[in-house]
Design a binder for this molecule. Structure first.
Ligand SMILES: [Zn+2]
Length: 468
């Protein structure tokens, strides 16, 4: 312990050379009339360069003086020292060359860099901090833009391709962790409370190789998108001004991927997405809840999973999605922004919110002969009528909106679809990474990785979120 203490650098140690340096840097610039912005940015570049140089020197000196033990990480045998192999590493301060030793294990017939292992370096050539930041920027927006922002914010120069690779590798790590970890997370278990499970699917643009051979909506039967599916679990114990329950901050956890939810009655195994939902439910302790509510947009796969895994759940069609069906239909029948369409839509919304399903179905049936869309819409409400009994649900103190799922899906898809030509669209691991980034944005706390520390969710960005 005392040994460790000696080795820890003191936080308040002096940099005796810094003040004279600063003065000699700042003073001539001010005398030439530079404003602080110019001083800041040239000082930053200068300090970064200086730090990179000295960091490189001290790292290499330390490696030389105290090299990591030359031991094979696989079998524990001694490695044959094959000398120094320098490698360029991008760090927060710039690119440095690390002169680390290479060793070879004759038993495993594999080489290793013990110093890389000690420093947390991998084959990417990026320092751990640079990797973490690349993950944040790559998860937030498309890769070309992410690479620009990374440069502006931190003077780290990475190509959009590099950013994509980092996001992909983080996505793969996350996927592996998710499958391995089904222990309870640190959300309080919902004993005696109501827990909400939202599910949603959304088409996302994909690279051609990801959709090859899949049937889709393109004229030639091919597909440009694949459906990402998302499950999120939350609690809603607080109410807003209208006495409608809203989700508890910090209670939301997400999981998502591009997986099939297809399930036949004769299948003994759950679908891949069904298993994902099962794992998330196990982590959240859903079986301890007094009430389980499943909220979805009305897609049959959602009710299938609900029926299979949560047979006692109250199933609710998301209020926003239900209304979306009506406003879409109104546009088809009366044109966008027509006064008639608007008043028609308002009346149908009222029927929906007041639970007057017979009236709603009757009013849709009127247009059935003229518009096939009206027929489809009526069938949708007919099929989901038991799941859209708003007044009854509200009387039970239940939330009927899955805004949080929507928000998560949108932020993920939005990040890439703004400019798919820049991103080369998505690969599967990216989706996993982006969804995880979105989870962080919504305050999710279940995973052990901390690559996204500092992500914040702004509820203003998603006005639907707190609607009942
Ligand atoms: Zn070995």
């Amino acid at each position: 312990m005392s040994d460790d203490k000696k080795k820890t650098p003191k936080e308040d140690f002096d940099l005796p050379s810094l003040l004279p340096f600063m003065t000699s840097f700042v003073s001539p610039m001010m005398q030439q009339g530079s404003h602080l912005g110019a001083i800041e940015s040239s000082l930053r570049d200068r300090l970064l360069g200086e730090s990179a140089r000295t960091l490189e020197a001290s790292l290499n000196e330390e490696i030389l003086r105290h090299p990591a033990p030359m031991v094979c990480p696989r079998c524990g045998r001694a490695l044959e020292d094959k000398g120094i192999k320098p490698k360029e590493i991008t760090t927060l301060f710039g690119t440095i060359t690390v002169r680390r030793r290479y060793g070879y294990c004759h038993h495993c017939k594999k080489g290793d860099f013990p110093d890389d292992r000690r420093l947390g370096l991998d084959e990417s050539g990026l320092s751990p901090e640079v990797k973490r930041l690349s993950g944040l920027f790559g998860g937030e927006t498309d890769f070309a833009r992410g690479s620009e922002l990374l440069w502006e914010a931190s003077r780290i120069r990475l190509s959009s391709k590099q950013l994509q690779r980092v996001s992909e590798s983080l996505g793969e790590e996350i996927a592996q962790e998710e499958e391995a970890d089904v222990g309870p997370d640190h959300h309080p278990l919902p004993f005696g409370r109501t827990i909400y499970i939202g599910m949603d699917g959304t088409g996302i643009p994909m690279q051609a190789r990801e959709t090859r051979g899949r049937r889709g909506k393109q004229a030639d039967g091919s597909s440009k998108t694949r459906e990402a599916k998302m499950c999120d679990i939350w609690e809603a114990n607080r109410v807003n001004k209208e006495k409608i329950p809203v989700k508890d901050p910090g209670s939301v956890s997400y999981t998502a991927s591009i997986e099939s939810a297809a399930q036949k009655d004769t299948d003994l195994e759950l679908s891949a997405f069904g298993r994902r939902v099962e794992r998330e439910a196990a982590r959240r302790g859903v079986d301890k809840a007094a009430r389980i509510v499943v909220i979805g947009d009305g897609a049959p796969w959602i009710w299938n999973i609900a029926g299979e895994q949560f047979p006692h759940a109250i199933c609710i069609v998301d209020r926003f999605h239900a209304k979306q069906h009506l406003s879409d239909l109104s546009k088809v029948m009366f044109g966008a922004k027509s006064a008639k369409g608007e008043s028609w839509t308002r009346e149908r919304y009222d029927e929906l919110d007041q639970g007057r399903m017979d009236d709603l179905l009757k009013n849709l049936a009127i247009y059935e002969k003229t518009f096939p869309e009206a027929k489809r819409c009526r069938a949708y409400f007919e099929n989901n009528r038991e799941r859209r009994r708003s007044p009854e649900f509200w009387a039970q103190g239940l939330s009927t909106s899955s805004g949080v799922v929507e928000g998560g899906c949108k932020s993920v898809v939005g990040g890439g679809s703004r400019s798919p030509e820049c991103t080369g669209a998505f690969g599967e691991p990216i989706v996993s990474w982006r969804f995880d980034a979105a989870s962080k944005a919504a305050d999710m706390t279940h995973s052990g990785k901390d690559a996204w520390k500092g992500w914040r969710h702004n509820p203003q960005e998603n006005p639907r979120e707190n609607h009942g």
